[in-house]
Ligand binder design. Structure first.
Ligand SMILES: Cc1ncc(COP(=O)(O)O)c(C=O)c1O
Length: 460
């Protein structure tokens, strides 16, 4: 549901805790001129986020210029895995910028060699070649190209079908959007490519049947011959809900792809780099895909993405045929190397597992006494809370939106993603967050949830 936040400042209760501080009306009256300049020069489509003007972000907190500070439950949009503004990352960026190599296209550079080597060293077999790009959508487009190249070479021109999943989100470019599973986001395309089909995502909630037979049945329903499938792509967990597939389903999918010479692609743009309590999200399934896609948390900061894959697949395209202007930009590489170093050295996947355990415990307790919460999903430091009409699975986007607004007014910055009608509230703080900060921000969130439910009951 498309909604826009009000630009009219509201008096909100003052907040002062060791982690959160709200000392102005919101939006801040002095910030309105900035918001108005953005509104004048940017498309309306940029107005999806709350009108909080970010001034500075450090660790797991975001600050504006007027004395307010939030515990960040967004990590931007799952970017700042190693924490916002980490000094080590700032120093690495500054050192590379001072070395006077700001860009070099696909010409070789030592720092790019260092980054791809690092990624290869921490990825499991057979993901031993890496292609750097700039955005997650670009990585998805590249995976589609490699799947179809592999398919056509191994099975002829009819082996070109990409199977993805309902409610999936893989980005906003043409191919990524067609691999996506949210029909409303694809309406603009008009001429949809018949070579993209979706199976229901086996989350065990919206799709109660999590047997692998459901996948095979959906191919039959779409009149797809299994031998014509070039690739199967899925988010390791679905961004719109934080739902994982059952490991048994994923193992069957892995075998099915092997048996039908289809490539299995895990889109780890959100799930990678410790987010779910393991370094890679696919570890939860006990499988390794043929291609894994990374972005967001790879650098905790500057724009960088990567496709990692089996060498035989990565080498399918000839020299010069997979390029991008900012491929492996040296300053972005420096940021990624520093971020990866922090994630490994500080065992941030472990922190995600430990602090995430506490978060999920609190969420489950809240859900057990809140009929408006249909389901809590996720692992580690990612959680999705499905807001529903009590007693049903009907999404309640209005409630999710109101909870997010109230949480922000209490000093907890968060968002509800596209998908499931906007009725999921997402929790995904930087992986450096502490138990004390989780408990402090959770108290505010819980309060906001209760108020939103109360307001809804009052309006009924
Ligand atoms: C799973 C997943 N894949 C791909 C993308 C697209 O990444 P980008 O916005 O960097 O193009 C996103 C972005 O939210 C994502 O969550």
């Amino acid at each position: 549901m498309a909604r826009e936040y009000s630009m009219v400042p509201r008096a909100v209760p003052r907040v002062e805790t060791p982690f959160r501080r709200i000392v102005t009306d919101l939006p801040v009256p002095e910030s309105l001129p900035i918001l108005e300049r953005l509104h004048a020069c940017e498309p309306i489509a940029m107005r999806g986020q709350p009108p909080i003007v970010w001034h500075r972000a450090e660790g797991f907190q975001v600050f504006d210029a007027w004395g307010n500070q939030w515990v960040d439950w967004s990590s931007g949009v799952l970017i700042a895995n190693a924490g916002h503004g980490r000094q080590e990352i700032v120093d690495a960026i500054a050192a590379q910028a001072s070395a006077h190599l700001l860009t070099n296209y696909c010409f070789p550079s030592e720092i790019r060699a260092r980054l791809v080597e690092k990624l290869v060293s921490i990825l499991p077999e057979p993901l031993k070649k890496v292609f750097l790009l700039t955005t997650g959508s670009e990585a998805v487009e590249c995976a589609i190209k490699l799947c179809r190249t592999h398919g056509v070479k191994s099975g002829g021109r009819s082996k070109n079908v990409i199977v993805s999943f309902g409610e999936a989100f893989h980005g906003r470019t043409l191919g990524a959007q067609q691999a996506g599973g949210i029909p409303a986001l694809k309406e603009w395309i008009v001429n949809l490519d018949a070579g993209f089909v979706q199976a229901p995502f086996p989350d065990g909630y919206r799709t109660p049947d999590t047997s692998f037979g459901r996948f095979e049945r959906s191919l039959r329903e779409n009149s797809i011959e299994p031998q014509n499938v070039a690739g199967v792509i899925l988010e390791t967990y679905q961004g719109g809900s934080a739902a994982f597939a059952p490991p048994a389903y994923m193992r069957d999918l892995r075998s099915w792809c092997n048996g039908h010479k289809a490539l299995l692609v895990c889109d780890e743009v959100q799930a990678g780099f410790g987010r779910t309590g393991t370094l890679w999200g696919f570890e939860h399934y006990g499988i390794v895909p043929d291609l894994a896609l990374f972005g967001k948390g790879i650098s905790s900061s500057l724009p960088l993405a990567a496709v990692a894959g089996r060498p035989a697949v990565m080498d399918l395209q000839p020299p010069g045929s997979m390029t991008s202007t900012h491929t492996g930009n040296p300053v972005c590489c420096a940021a990624a190397l520093a971020s990866i170093d922090l994630i490994l050295r500080e065992d941030l996947a472990g922190n995600s597992r430990r602090v995430g355990g506490l978060l999920h415990q609190k969420l489950c307790a809240l859900a057990s006494r809140t009929p408006q919460i249909g389901r809590v999903e996720g692992k580690g430091l990612v959680a999705g809370i499905a807001c529903v009409v009590p007693g049903t699975k009907e999404p309640d986007a209005g409630l999710a939106w109101d909870v997010v607004r109230r949480a922000i007014e209490k000093g907890v910055l968060m968002f509800s993603p596209v998908g499931h009608g906007g009725a999921t509230i997402k929790i995904c703080p930087p992986l450096t967050i502490t138990e004390a900060a989780i408990l402090d921000s959770f108290a505010a969130f819980e309060e906001g949830f209760a108020e939103a439910v109360g307001a809804q009951a009052g309006a009924a």
